[in-house]
Design a protein around this ligand. Structure first.
Ligand code: SF4
Length: 462
């Protein structure tokens, strides 16, 4: 399926783009002499810094030149707002501004804008979601054009389309099955390492010991990815680094689960005011949302859609039940592979006390509150996570991070979660908006909710 987007910019001019990258850039911009693939440089980013680095290491093995962009900061946000359309959600501003910031820095170092456009390619994910995610590529183009980098190549893959996307046209970025498998492994490895950090840092006896082990582990895994070595063995080598760190598990810490919109809840920077580190500094243990959870949700949605379409009485729909068993097997195989790799690497490094979410159970928990057919943003996951956290006493505080201007997150956090907290009065839940400004207000609201969580921990001790 090709996903088309028609947008109107702030001046009222219609900007019409087809943002699946089948169109040849050279045809679209005959005036630009694009560098051949071997001389082009692919920019990517948007995960945690650790995962971006591991992905960078993994795709080196496929040939080509890659640069992982730094974590977006407030300057990136300012640039995104300056060059983007009005009324976007703030992850759009942070990520488009981050790209522009990187390109402007190259320009300040002496590279002409023409050379930058000729050389760089931006690789990103896209989709046909009902939220603004479906318009990201369009937004990047609009902002790039306004910043003087019009025509810079953007290559996107569709997040719901699986691993066979090479047929979309000639690309610089190798969106091959191997690319997606390497990307999934990098994300899983990074998730596990990040979890080790979150579980151990609050209890370290010597400040900074866990971060130093994380850095060393990052190098070991990156080296294994770059040289295609055994990844389970690399994780086992990392285990020894973590085992040497003295911990004081007698410290009593409130557990804080961070949920919300995917990017805002996951980024480790100004995009959420460094929320995870702030919580640790304030004496909490953070339970983060893993990136792989979003992937598991996409797999669950694919299966759900498949079953739903196959059983619809509407004959005008495409007959997809012809390939139904095959597609279902592929979905099942992908799920098993993801869970299998996660379990293998987690055991190798010694990660305990973590199980990947049971998507069927989360669906059952949320289906009375959230129409699961509305799959924008995090879909029903936010609702399910809150109910699960309260019913199973998983956390003393649940924080939902909702970016300013986010449609799905606002509807869930301000609407449905109010119903959940009314039904579960013992829930300590905070929905908090990240606007890119107003950090003092953000921190003070988090501190107030954390105070309640600390009181809850104390009462457990009595
Ligand atoms: S879920 Fe919200 S913040 Fe994320 S892309 Fe969609 S509208 Fe933007």
């Amino acid at each position: 399926m090709t996903c088309s987007t028609v947008k109107v910019d702030t001046a009222g001019t219609e900007l019409s783009y087809v943002h699946q990258e089948a169109t040849q850039w050279q045809d679209r911009h005959p005036d630009i002499a694009y560098a051949p693939p071997e001389e082009s440089i692919v920019l990517f980013g948007g995960l945690t810094p650790l995962q971006d680095h591991l992905l960078w290491a993994a795709i080196q093995t496929m040939g080509g030149n890659y640069v992982a962009l730094p974590t977006p900061d407030n300057e990136a946000f300012r640039l995104g707002k300056a060059y983007g359309n009005r009324g976007q959600c703030n992850p759009t501003y942070f990520t488009s501004g981050n790209l522009i910031k990187y390109l402007q820095e190259r320009h300040e170092e002496g590279m002409s804008k023409e050379e930058i456009v000729r050389t760089y390619v931006f690789a990103t994910a896209s989709g046909c979601g009902p939220c603004r995610f479906g318009m990201y590529t369009t937004e990047y183009r609009k902002a790039l054009e306004a910043a003087g980098f019009g025509g810079l190549r953007i290559e996107s893959f569709e997040q719901q389309k699986g691993i066979f996307q090479m047929e979309e046209g000639l690309r610089v970025t190798p969106f091959s099955p191997r690319f997606f498998i390497m990307a999934a492994k990098s994300v899983i490895l990074g998730d596990i390492l990040n979890l080790m950090g979150y579980q151990m840092r609050p209890y370290e006896v010597e400040a900074g010991a866990v971060d130093r082990a994380m850095e060393a582990a990052k190098d070991i895994i990156a080296e294994a990815l770059q040289h295609r070595k055994n990844l389970a063995y690399a994780m086992y080598r990392c285990r020894k680094l973590f085992q040497q760190i003295p911990l004081d598990r007698t410290r009593v810490k409130p557990k804080v689960m961070v949920i919300g919109e995917f990017w805002a809840a996951m980024t480790e920077g100004d995009g959420n005011y460094h929320l995870h580190r702030f919580l640790e500094e304030e004496g909490a243990e953070v339970i983060p949302q893993l990136l792989i959870n979003r992937f598991l949700l996409s797999i669950w949605e694919a299966k759900y859609d498949l079953i739903k379409h196959a059983t619809l009485p509407d004959t005008s729909r495409p007959k997809i039940d012809f390939g139904h068993p095959k597609k279902r097997s592929m979905i099942q195989a992908t799920k098993l592979a993801v869970k299998g790799y996660f379990t293998l690497y987690a055991r190798a490094i010694g990660l305990r006390n973590y199980a990947l979410p049971n998507m069927e159970k989360l669906y059952e928990l949320s289906r009375d509150y959230y129409p699961v057919d509305s799959d924008g943003g995090e879909g029903h996951m936010e609702v399910a996570h809150l109910i699960e956290a309260v019913e199973e006493n998983l956390a003393h505080l649940v924080i939902s991070v909702k970016p300013f201007g986010c449609m799905p997150s606002s509807a869930v956090s301000d609407g449905i979660q109010s119903l959940i907290t009314a039904r579960y009065p013992n829930a300590n839940f905070l929905a908090i908006e990240t606007s890119g400004e107003g950090a003092a207000n953000f921190y003070s609201r988090v501190q107030m909710a954390l105070f309640k969580a600390k009181e809850a921990v104390k009462s457990e001790e009595v």
